[in-house]
Design a protein around this ligand. Structure first.
Ligand code: NOJ
Length: 502
C-alpha cells in the first residue's frame, strides 16, 4: 500500500471507530422481491462528445470554458466518454446485476439550438436510440430524465432560458414531445426535471452552477430564483399533461419529477424556534415544488408569507393545470444524500435571503456532529434522517417513492487503492438501504427502487473531477473503468436482501 493510501486507510479507521459502537452498523435488512436497483448518471457529467455529431452547446459548455476557475479548471468535453463507450458501460451494468439505469438526454444533442422551430439533429437521436436499445437488449430498464441542468446555450442567449416562462415552456414542450415521439415506444419511465431547487438557487442565486447568476452580476437575486422555480413547475405540469393526453394511452409509461433535499433536525431540540425551523426549511426546499406539483395547489403558506411579492403568483389557469395534472405523477423521485441541523437566526437576513433566515450546519447546539463526513464536508452518514425524510415525503404526498440518487465520495479516494476498497461508501450504502427497509416494513411506506449515484466517477460540476461518487472507478487519463468494492457490494446485497421476500 502506498504511503498516501496507508494514511487514508488510517483516517478511515478513525471514521469507522466513530461509526462502530453507535447505531451505525449495517443490518442487511430485507427488501421486497420486486424492488429494483441500478445506478444514475447525467448527460453532461458522463457523455463527453461535446461537439461530436452536431451536438450544440449548453450553458455548461459555456460556464466551464468561460471562467474555468469556477469548475476547478476542468470541463466535461470528454469526461467519461460515455458517448463513445456506452456499449462497454452497459455490459458493465449487466455484469453487476443492475435492473435499471437512470440517464439524461442532452437537449442540445437532439435539438442543437433548443427552440421549437430549430432543426433536429438526427445523429443525436440515433445515439439515444442505440443506448436505449443496448440497455433493453441487456435486460436493463432505462429511466430517462429530460433535463439535468444543460439548457441549450442558444435559448439562454435568446431569452435567458428559465427567466422567460412562456418561451421556455413552449420550447421545453416541443423538446419533450420529440423525446416521447422518438423514444417513448422504448422508454416507460420519464422524469421531467432533475433537482429544481438546485437549478433555481445554485444557478440563479449563489452562482456556483451554470448559468452562474449571483449578486455581483447584473441580476436580481431577490426574485430570479423564484421565477426560475415557477417556470420549472409550470413547464413540468404542461409536459405531464402532454404525456398523459398524447402519449400515455399508447405508450403506457410513467412520468414524474426528481426533487432533492436534505432532512433537517433542530439545531437546539429544546427550542421551539429551531423545531419550527427544521420543518420550514423542508417546506422551502421540497414543498416549494412538491406542493404545487404533487398536491395541485399554491406554494406553502410559510413561503408566501416570508417572500411576499418576491414569489410569483399562479393564475387561476395555472392552478387548474396543476390540479388536473398532479395525480398523473406516478412517483416521488427523491435524490437524497444527507441530513443537517436547522437553526433559526434572529439577526437581520440578507435582502435576497432564500431560507427564511435559517442557518444549516452539520453540528448542533451541543457540539454533536450529525454523522461521519465523506470527502464532502456537508455529506455525512445520517441514515435515520433519510428514513425521516421518506416518512415526511410519504405523509405529505402519499406517492410511491423512487430513490433516484443516493451515494457519497469516500475520504481519500483520490488514491486508487482506497477507491477500490471503498469501505466508507459500502457502509454508507448499506446503512441507507437499511433505512429504506425500515421505511417499507416498519413505517408502511411504498419505496419502489433505488439508484446509486453514480454509475461511475464523473464531472462533479463546480468541483470538477475532485469528488468521486462512482461505484465504478474511472481513470481520467486512460478512461479505464474499474468496479469498486461498493459495486460488488450492491450486487450482492440486493441479491441477499431480496431473496425469498413475498
Ligand atoms: C445531485 C445531482 O443530480 C448530480 O448531478 C450530482 O452529481 C450529485 N447530486 C452529487 O452532487
Amino acid at each position: 500500500m502506498s504511503e498516501e493510501a496507508n494514511m487514508w486507510a488510517q483516517a478511515e479507521q478513525t471514521v469507522f471507530s466513530q461509526l462502530t459502537g453507535s447505531d451505525l452498523l449495517v443490518e442487511n435488512l430485507k427488501l421486497p422481491a420486486d424492488f429494483i436497483w441500478g445506478a444514475a448518471t447525467s448527460a453532461y457529467q458522463v457523455e463527453g462528445g461535446a461537439t461530436q455529431d452536431g451536438k450544440g452547446r449548453s450553458i455548461w459548455d459555456t460556464y466551464t470554458h468561460l471562467e474555468p476557475s469556477r469548475t476547478n479548471g476542468e470541463n466535461a468535453d470528454v469526461t467519461c466518454d460515455h458517448y463513445n463507450r456506452f456499449e462497454e458501460d452497459v455490459k458493465l451494468m449487466k455484469s453487476l446485476g443492475m435492473d435499471t439505469y437512470r440517464l439524461s438526454i442532452a437537449w442540445a444533442r437532439v435539438i442543437p439550438l433548443g427552440g421549437r422551430h430549430d432543426p433536429i439533429n438526427e445523429a443525436g437521436i440515433t445515439f439515444y436510440i442505440r443506448l436505449i436499445d443496448t440497455l433493453l437488449a441487456h435486460g436493463i430498464t432505462p429511466s430517462v430524465t429530460l433535463y439535468h441542468w444543460d439548457v441549450p446555450q442558444a435559448l439562454y442567449d435568446r431569452y435567458k432560458a428559465f427567466l422567460n416562462t412562456d418561451e421556455f415552456r413552449a420550447d421545453f414542450e416541443r423538446y419533450a414531445r420529440l423525446c416521447f415521439t422518438r423514444f417513448g415506444d422504448r422508454v416507460k419511465s420519464w422524469v421531467t426535471f432533475n433537482e429544481p431547487y438546485i437549478i433555481s438557487i445554485f444557478g440563479h442565486l449563489n452562482g456556483s452552477l451554470a448559468p452562474g447568476h449571483c449578486l455581483q452580476a447584473e441580476t436580481d437575486t431577490k426574485t430570479e430564483p423564484w421565477r426560475v422555480g415557477h417556470t420549472i413547475i409550470l413547464s413540468h405540469a404542461s409536459v405531464v399533461r402532454i404525456y398523459a393526453e398524447e402519449f400515455q394511452p399508447s405508450q403506457n409509461g410513467r412520468i414524474s419529477i426528481v426533487l432533492n433535499g436534505h432532512f433537517y433536525e433542530p439545531h437546539d431540540a429544546t427550542k421551539q424556534a429551531d423545531i419550527d425551523a427544521a420543518q420550514i426549511r423542508l417546506e422551502f426546499y421540497v414543498g416549494w415544488f412538491g406542493d404545487p406539483i404533487f398536491l395541485g395547489r399554491d406554494y406553502p403558506a410559510s413561503m408566501k408569507e416570508y417572500l411576499g411579492h418576491r414569489l410569483p403568483r399562479f393564475t387561476p389557469d395555472d392552478l387548474e393545470l396543476l390540479k388536473a395534472t398532479c395525480s398523473v405523477n406516478a412517483f416521488y423521485g427523491m435524490n437524497h444524500y444527507s441530513t443537517k441541523f436547522a437553526r433559526q437566526l434572529t439577526t437581520p437576513a440578507a435582502e435576497d435571503d432564500w431560507t427564511r433566515n435559517i442557518e444549516e450546519s452539520s453540528v448542533n447546539s451541543k457540539g454533536e456532529e450529525i454523522g461521519p463526513a465523506s470527502s464532502m464536508p456537508w455529506l455525512r452518514i445520517a441514515p435515520s434522517g433519510f428514513r425521516k425524510l421518506l416518512n415526511w415525503a410519504w405523509d405529505r404526498y402519499q406517492l410511491p417513492i423512487m430513490v433516484t440518487e443516493n451515494g457519497c465520495p469516500c475520504p481519500g479516494e483520490a488514491d486508487l487503492e482506497v477507491a477500490i476498497n471503498d469501505q466508507f461508501r459500502q457502509r454508507y450504502l448499506g446503512l441507507y438501504l437499511d433505512s429504506i427497509s425500515k421505511a417499507i416494513y416498519e413505517d408502511g411506506i411504498k419505496v419502489q427502487g433505488y439508484y446509486a449515484w453514480s454509475l461511475m466517477d464523473n464531472f462533479e460540476w463546480s468541483s470538477g473531477y475532485g469528488p468521486r461518487y462512482g461505484i465504478v472507478h474511472v481513470d481520467f487519463e486512460t478512461l479505464k473503468r474499474t468496479p469498486k468494492g461498493s459495486a460488488y457490494y450492491l450486487q450482492q446485497t440486493f441479491q441477499e436482501r431480496r431473496k425469498d421476500q413475498a
